[in-house]
Design a protein around this ligand. Structure first.
Ligand code: IPM
Ligand code: MN
Length: 368
């Protein structure tokens, strides 16, 4: 099998973490006889600097012609004063639209070995394993009209809009994911206030009839935000719209102990997109201390969804667990511990060799 991947390192820590994800991806794919080729392109702030646009034409074209896109991060403080449509983030939003993936899968897992990194008590996060399915192409992020209005009292406005079809397709993804997990979907909305949420709730309830084996409940987003912190173990799949999903997925990072741990996959479109949930982290960029595990776990998701190499994906996920169990931590996870924090590249190398070990061990076990 052959897989052609467009790599978009982007800004800040993006290039550092992406390098490690590519390293691990190449090794894992190799072990499974999958031939991967990588083609690097610019996006975000670097693209603005080099080509004058956050999503250069060549980048968009390369992405559309590949089987998967692996992205680092976009954004930086020097672009904060630019108008919305010219900022690095608009390159990412335009890319998401072009690729067409509407279901953004964001798992948040409580790893036992780094339970002490979470501000939550260990007994609260123990065993928590949540999958947020965030609608990624609709809602207030994209709907028109939007803009500024000048006058004696200047104002600004955005539009929250959802069509039934947009809700249906992402609901199917959530129910299908739940089938492979603990068969529970919590649909999150603000139906006590918003019409879009009322349509959301009605549509999700209707789609749920096609999945009688799945338990569906509904929760208001404010209440969910609290329960995610007080009872993270009570969730399986959370299905929600774009903006709520953006906020709740950062919040879910406290379950894992660091935003650097979180991975994501965007599926359902022409080309799937994989990116860590964290941003460009300009404060630590270029120092080689960023946590690459979110990017590496995104590479695992790429092998799962775009290459259909479930076992290879699991090997990477097991390798991450083993490396953490062995006590290795990047700076964000080290919290004043005696042991020296490992660098971004060291963490990548550790996971890479753990992947080879995990695969070898499993194959030896099955061979006897
Ligand atoms: C994310 C990010 C993006 C989003 C930004 C960078 C546009 O916060 O992937 O969660 O809001 O979707
Ligand atoms: Mn976000």
């Amino acid at each position: 099998m052959k897989l052609h991947i467009t790599v978009l390192p982007g800004d800040g820590v993006g290039p550092e973490v992406t390098r490690e994800a590519v390293r691990v991806l190449r090794t894992a794919a190799d072990l499974y006889g999958c031939e991967v080729s990588f083609e690097e392109h610019t996006i975000g702030g670097v693209a603005i600097r080099e080509c004058g646009a956050p999503l250069p034409e060549a980048t968009a074209r390369a992405c559309m012609q590949s089987q998967a896109v692996l992205l680092g991060a976009v954004g930086g403080p020097e672009f904060d004063s630019l108008p919305a449509g010219q900022r690095p983030e608009s390159g990412l939003l335009a890319l998401r639209q072009a690729l067409g993936g509407y279901a953004n899968l964001r798992p948040a897992i409580a790893y036992g070995a780094i339970a002490d990194c979470s501000p939550l008590r260990p007994e609260i996060i123990k065993g928590a394993d949540v999958l947020i399915v965030r609608e990624l192409l609709g809602g207030i992020y994209f709907a028109e009209p939007r803009g500024f209005e000048s006058g004696s009292c200047p104002s600004a406005y955005n539009t929250m809009r959802y069509s039934e079809a947009e809700i249906e397709r992402v609901a199917h993804v959530a129910f299908q994911q739940a089938r492979m997990r603990h068969r529970k979907v919590t649909s999150v909305d603000k139906a006590n206030v918003l019409e879009t949420s009322q349509l959301w709730r009605k549509t999700v309830t209707r789609i749920a009839r096609e999945y009688p084996e799945i338990n569906l409940d509904h929760m208001y987003v404010d209440s969910c935000a609290m329960r995610l912190i007080t009872h993270p173990g009570s969730f399986d799949v959370i299905l929600t719209e774009n903006l709520f999903g953006d906020i709740l997925s950062d919040e879910a990072a406290v379950i894992s102990g660091s935003l650097g741990m979180l991975a994501s996959a965007t599926i359902g479109g022409k080309v799937d997109l994989y990116e860590p949930v964290h941003g460009s982290a300009p404060d630590i960029a270029g120092r080689g201390i960023a946590n690459p595990l979110g990017a590496i776990a995104s590479a695992a998701m790429l092998l799962r969804h775009s290459a259909r190499l479930e076992q290879a994906a699991r090997d990477i996920e097991d390798a991450i667990r083993e490396v953490l169990d062995a006590g290795h931590r990047t700076a964000d996870l080290s919290r004043g511990r005696a042991k020296r924090a490992v660098s971004t590249a060291e963490m990548g190398t550790l996971v890479e060799s753990a992947v080879a070990d995990v695969t070898d061990r499993r194959r030896a076990y099955h061979a006897v």
